[in-house]
Design a protein around this ligand. Sequence first.
Ligand SMILES: [Zn+2]
Length: 384
Amino acid sequence: MKGRSNDKQSLSRHIKMFSNLVNERYGMKFDKLLPPHVGGSESDGHDMAKAISDYPVKGALSSIIPLLETKLDYTAYLVAFITSAHHYSLVGKFDEDEADAVLTALFSKVVASFNIENATSSHPKQSPYGRVFNCDQPSNTSRISPSLVVELIQFSDVTGNDSMGIINTLTEYALDVKEETEESVFHDFLFPVANGICAHIDTTGRSSTGSERRFIKHMLTKYVRDYVKKAPPSPPPDWQKKTTIRCICSNCASLRMFIDDSFSTTQDFALGGKRRNHLDQQVDKTFFTTTTIRANPHKLRVEKTQALLVSDFKAWVARVQIANSELEQLSQKDCLEEMLGNQYHSILSHQNLVLPDDLPPMPAPRGLRNAVQRTVPAKRPFGQ
Ligand SMILES: [Zn+2]
């Protein structure tokens, strides 16, 4: 933390020095005066724009560009810089013509190199004259924040720049999402971005673009088809009763955890004879098998048979409940129906999203924002 605040102090000092030099017509280049290791994160981008706006010298914004263009891999940093600098130009901190020209030129380069995920950057520990970025541990990736993406699209609208390149990158990202990360990619990034874009379209009253419609369609189709997935085979009708352990003793608590863990198929319980018998009596033999493992100590091995169906089914029900809640929220946006066109109903009322009528009451899944139960997309009550 100490290093960071030193960076900021030295950034301000350098900028002030620069400002003085320009005023004295030395004609020095701004980027030569900045500490070389500043920048990389979203907040660094905001800070950089703020720092320059504090010393508004004509030409300051232009002279920083060569430095920023060496950081095209750091999309979040540059987007934060662009949106902040634009804000400062609107409130009169920069010459508006200069800002428009500079930010438009930078925008087109950022779009061409737009990365949604990036190796996390951090400040190097020692030498202020070391490398621009610390890339020692590229294993950590960070994702650009959804609000920043939406702000960039808003910037492109206001300044007459074309956001198609960004939207197409979003579409490719949605189509390429891997199964291990899809839950977070959809819920923490793509849905917030989609909600932001649709809200922006609603607010400005402009029409959606072809690339925006393509993004929403592909993303939602991929979500419903590949994340929510088809309903797995239903377990036998009495599954809930027969896979619920009612005893509250601590051994049964472990048993319950095993049953609820959808990745676990078999577990051994090393217990005395009496306790093994007790556990054995709790599990229904049409859903589990049990065997005693003769070892020291003896163990009761519990294996899921039909209970495996229950795990898959419960996981699917949870995904459907969350998906319906996400889609409900997105369908509050006026533009969604126009954007999806004739695919509106086939996506929002997709078979994968329909829970069976005879579903017993189940606790709401973690991560459910609002417990709206829905099988048919709710239409807005007005504004049709
Ligand atoms: Zn018990």
